[in-house]
Design a protein around this ligand. Structure first.
Ligand code: SF4
Length: 372
């Protein structure tokens, strides 16, 4: 790996959760809170080492994802934020996002986040309908989500995103519409809507296999996606990526855009992935997943990695770029694939770029299959 492009985006994984939700296949663990101080020590060791080993420029985005970053006690999160600010050159207007669960969003934490420079909150609301929340085993309720949102706004969080999940068993079109309307009524700057997936190995997958949770009709999923497009667009949000809507004024996620544009992102923490490129080849590597192993391995927690040859790197950037409404500049060497996608009505060409159609955004998995 010579002459790598510099990293301008940093992801920090916080793997702790109060409860492991039945649908979750993220690298997240319940009942390990006592490891938090050692974990933050480990993160500091990894980050200090990475800072020496890899090229970093001024950071444009920092993203704390999980797990549940909001679970970290405020002193520990404060310490981590200050460590990052003192070790890296964080741009004065950097986007610093923290994923928060409404149940652990309180005054003391919000004060610590704001003081440490967090300026974007991604609130894991998931829904407002008790039946859908029960299937997801979310321990938070609508009242908590509304309270957390209001408190964050009141204390000065200027940019708040809300996550919602559809295609949840027992959720019908009406309850989904009500969920969308309640979310919109809060006035978020950004909304993500994810289609529930049943991942092998999760409790929800098992429960469905045993017939204890009903299937969700495909037609209903499409109707729910349609409803999201209609409601959010009518409320002034534009769909700039498969699952993401932003209100006007530059509220698209700058950090996620870095992934979709295949920019180098350094991922620190348990199970975190990094992506690096020299403009021709690309490399991806990931850290050991379990927090205890991570703590023991830091500052060198890398588990494994892979090199992407030029064609594979371009194919990935095409696939990821076509997740976004802005699309990508037409790449060389993919004429046949692009012609097929255009014929299927999934993409179109606009001013030297290739962009997804509405159908292409809805059926992005078909684009991915065609180009990878
Ligand atoms: S809170 Fe989020 S990361 Fe944690 S277990 Fe639930 S879905 Fe997974």
């Amino acid at each position: 790996m010579t002459d790598l492009y510099a990293f301008r985006h940093l992801y920090v994984h916080i793997p702790f959760c109060k409860h492991k939700c039945g649908y979750c296949d993220f690298n997240a663990y319940a009942g390990m809170d006592r490891l938090m101080p050692d974990y933050v020590d480990g993160l500091e060791r990894e980050l200090a080492f990475a800072r020496e080993r890899y090229p970093f420029q001024q950071l444009d985005t920092v993203y704390f994802g999980g797990g549940t970053p909001s679970l970290l006690p405020p002193e520990l999160m404060s310490r981590l934020l200050h460590f990052i600010r003192s070790s890296f050159n964080v741009a004065p207007d950097a986007e610093i996002t923290l994923e928060a669960n409404p149940a652990s969003t309180d005054e003391a934490r919000l004060a610590a986040w704001l003081e440490g420079g967090v300026n974007r909150l991604s609130l894991g609301v998931q829904g407002f309908d008790p039946r859908a929340l029960a299937v997801l085993e979310r321990k938070t309720d609508a009242a908590q989500a509304t309270r957390a949102f209001g408190l964050a706004r009141e204390m000065g969080m200027g940019n708040i995103s809300i996550d919602l999940i559809y295609a949840v068993p027992y959720q019908n079109l009406q309850t989904w519409l009500e969920t969308l309307r309640r979310a919109i009524a809060l006035g978020p700057d950004h909304v993500s809507t994810y289609c529930l997936s049943f991942e092998e190995g999760t409790l929800l997958f098992r429960r469905r296999a045993e017939g204890r949770v009903p299937e969700v009709e495909t037609d209903l999923q499409w109707d729910q996606l349609d409803a999201a497009c209609a409601e959010l667009e009518a409320a002034g949000y534009h769909r700039y990526e498969v699952s993401n809507w932003a209100r006007a004024g530059g509220f698209e996620s700058r950090h996620n855009r870095a992934y979709w544009r295949c920019r180098p992102v350094y991922g620190a923490g348990a199970g975190a992935h990094s992506y690096a490129t020299d403009g021709t080849l690309a490399w991806r590597w990931w850290n050991v997943a379990r927090p205890r192993e991570y703590i023991a391995a830091a500052p060198l927690p890398r588990a494994d990695g892979e090199e992407l040859d030029h064609r594979k790197a371009v194919a990935e950037s095409l696939m990821l770029g076509l997740r976004t409404a802005e699309g990508v500049a037409v790449p060389a060497g993919f004429d046949a694939e692009l012609a097929r996608l255009q014929k299927a009505g999934l993409i179109e060409r606009l001013n030297g770029r290739v962009v997804p159609t509405r159908r292409g955004l809805d059926l992005h998995n078909q684009i991915a299959l065609a180009v990878l």
